[in-house]
Write a protein that binds this ligand. Sequence first.
Ligand code: XIL
Length: 356
Amino acid sequence: MDVPFFSRRLLRRPWKRYPEGGLKDAFKGYFKIGASVSPWHVRHLGHMISFEFNSLTADNAMKPSSTEPQKGRFYWEKADRIANFCRRKGIKLRGHTLMWHKQIGSWMYSDKDGSLLSKEEFYANMKEHIFAIVRRFKDIVYAWDVVNEAIAEIPTNPDQPLRESPMWQIAGEEFIYKAFEYAHEADPDALLFYNDYDEANPEKSKQIFSLVKRMKEAGIPIDGIGMQGHYDIYSPSPEEVDHAISRYKTLVKHIHITELDLRIHPGDPPEWQEQIREPMRNASLSKKEEEQQIQRYVDFFRVFMKHADVIDCVSFWNLGDRDSWLGVANSPLLFDVYYLPKKSYFAIKNLGLFRS
Ligand code: XIL
């Protein structure tokens, strides 16, 4: 990443170390606080990261297309850089992700002509991939998003709620079960999660609940549900999130908020992705938008704290607004484009510190 002059200066400055500690300290006793990062971040922002967070996720470096883009050809460098940083600093790493319909080499499920593999071939590929990555990071990864986003978009069809991905076409729901079995075999100590978005939407959460229930009933080693938490400043309501967590926790002992951010502009990223990189300036939000965002961050954290018996980690997706996959214009995170804390940072931190 090209680093403009202003940030080069900023990055050299020692990170402000608040006497009360970072976010991770404010929420001690509740849950870990995490963020997704790239090798660039751990290299340039190590002091800030280790001050604020006690859980990290690789934003792209551990996805199948990054680690094994072609069958048997592994590229570990980026993932290793993040894992080694965690090892050095004693930060826990969440593994993301083993099976997803995106960012995965097509070799996993199809041959050179594009025809789908047999179930046996697909399972052999899946097992080989899962074993390689899970075993490599066994010492540092404490939780894996084993399967990501396997349920279809809303409105879901109650008769066929799963996403019709190539993996599903080959093996149906069973591929999800197999992925968990392989991951468990490769590392029996890791916590294994099913991770998805729109997870607080009443319709989608019903489908997530049923899938996990079926898995539990079939004896599949699943420990938790990952709620991505890609919300906007209008929806979902804190009550919907509260309700979804209350339901999920009747099934699983662990819930992680895995990819929290609160976008200003509702809708899918591509619609405004144009605005992403340029200029590297903080977005100008209206007073109303800013206040709404802060209020909702606080409301969601209150819900998470209420469910701290089952939520053991709350992770943000990306570090500062300049990195967000949603673009700078959405200003969705707690740190701005200069990695300086925003008002929402202090609002949330105070909530943890004063436990109100
Ligand atoms: C995103 C990354 O942040 C982007 O850099 C990449 O181009 C696309 O993927 N849900 C997930 C994450 O589970 O893996 C996605 O990450 C964001 C949505």
